[in-house]
Design a protein around this ligand. Structure first.
Ligand code: MN
Length: 217
């Protein structure tokens, strides 16, 4: 088992404040796909604010954007996430896409979600967390000890927090290829693609706090 190395993973890594800088936006706009993750104060949309947005391109170049208290706009990030020719890859897109729409009005599209892909392809297991998925598909063991930590003071993030944040986006692009191959083999690629297309609807229902509108009760 290879442990994700902190020093190695802080190479090819930069921190931006409030938004992507122009040069990084231009770099990422040339990519076919971008991996994204967010860190927040918690999991309750509308209560728990967005603190950090991490992005990674196919070359493994990671940017962590520190979001300021009360910030409601990030125009360069919005341009990238709404760019129709770039696939935005998340693990559990439903949460991050809702947080980005709620905070900045970003309509992320198109989307690939590695958690949905895993649920549709890896029916031999009930484990679809990022750590398990990265372990199975890449052999790398993610250190998740910073998962529940204070992201609310982004000027003082520890090296361990930054390494954790970077690792959450570093493996998504590669895993998309592997999961796509599995989905195609199992005849479920089209179903997955329809799930990804439906994600903005689930996000809008989540933002409006509708629960279970598809359920009988
Ligand atoms: Mn994360």
């Amino acid at each position: 088992m290879v442990e994700a190395n902190l020093e190695a993973n802080l190479e090819n890594f930069q921190v931006c404040d409030r938004d992507l800088d122009e040069a990084t936006l231009a770099r990422y706009q040339g990519a076919e796909a971008i991996a994204i993750d967010t860190e927040t104060m918690g999991l309750v949309l509308g209560r728990d604010r967005l603190c950090l947005v991490q992005l990674c391109d196919p070359d493994g170049y990671v940017t962590a954007i520190r979001i300021a208290l009360g910030q409601r706009e990030a125009p360069n990030l919005k341009a990238l996430l709404e760019s129709p020719q770039i696939t935005k890859i998340f693990h559990y897109a439903r949460f991050d896409v809702a947080q980005l729409k709620y905070t900045f009005g970003i309509e992320t599209n198109p989307i690939f979600c590695t958690k949905i892909a895993s649920k549709l392809a890896r029916t031999y297991t009930g484990s679809h967390g990022l750590k398990t998925l990265v372990q199975e598909l890449t052999g790398i063991e993610l250190d998740k000890t910073s998962q529940s930590s204070d992201w609310g003071n982004p000027d003082n993030l520890s090296p361990a927090q930054l390494a954790y944040a970077a690792n959450d986006v570093r493996y998504l692009i590669g895993m998309r290829s592997q999961l796509t191959t599995m989905l195609q083999r199992e005849g479920r690629w089209e179903l997955a693609d329809r799930c990804f297309t439906a994600l903005p609807l689930f996000v809008d229902l989540d933002i409006m706090q509708f629960k279970d509108v598809f359920e009988h009760r």
